[in-house]
Design a protein around this ligand. Structure first.
Ligand code: S3P
Length: 179
């Protein structure tokens, strides 16, 4: 049932929006290799994201994200699923790079869902805060226009299973690449 897509599918969205789960679904359906930018950066740096934050600050992570996007873009490789860290859209240079890589899908979840999914999780340094709920709200306010600017498709994931989201993305991607 799966026709080949000419390019990559790139997932963007806030922490806890379901990118990793949906990426694995897409990988399963399409049999395209999955690149997780956080995982790739951790392997290359020999440090976890939390260790990169501690050693180099957020700026260090952002630099590494930009370098990785440039590397993927210059390799010209098609047909990968690329799941990105939630802050990858913050650097202006990354937004056109993301769009150049393929079909960019913004997964949206509500603040409540994001808070619920991230609150027991200790591997997201930006949420090591007294009031993570407020941080989520503030970061979302800043980032929402950046996600919107980067995305070809926006998916409100509320009430949908990861399978439904993945299948919806594929249908839209086929229309997109056919037109
Ligand atoms: C970040 C999101 C994280 C990770 C890092 C910073 C962000 O990735 O890159 O903790 O700035 O939103 P996930 O979106 O996969 O949690």
């Amino acid at each position: 049932m799966t026709t080949q897509l000419p390019k990559n599918i790139v997932l963007i969205g806030f922490m806890g929006s379901g990118k990793s789960t949906v990426a694995r679904r897409l990988e399963h359906i399409l049999h395209y290799p999955l690149i997780d930018t956080d995982g790739h950066i951790e392997a290359e740096a020999g440090m976890t994201i939390a260790e990169i934050f501690a050693a180099e600050g957020e700026a260090g992570l952002r630099q590494r994200e930009s370098a990785l996007l440039r590397e993927i873009a210059s390799s010209g490789m098609p047909r990968h699923i690329i799941s990105t860290g939630g802050g990858i859209v913050v650097r202006p240079e990354n937004r056109p790079l993301l769009r150049a890589l393929g079909y960019v899908v913004w997964l949206r979840a509500t603040e409540e869902v994001i808070h619920e999914r991230t609150r027991h999780n200790r591997d997201r340094p930006l949420l090591y805060a007294e009031d993570p709920r407020r941080v989520i709200h503030e970061l979302l306010t800043v980032r929402t226009p950046f996600y919107a600017e980067s995305a070809h498709l926006t998916v409100d994931t509320e009430g949908l299973s990861s399978e439904e989201v993945a299948v919806g993305i594929l249908e839209s991607a086929r229309y997109f690449f056919a037109s």
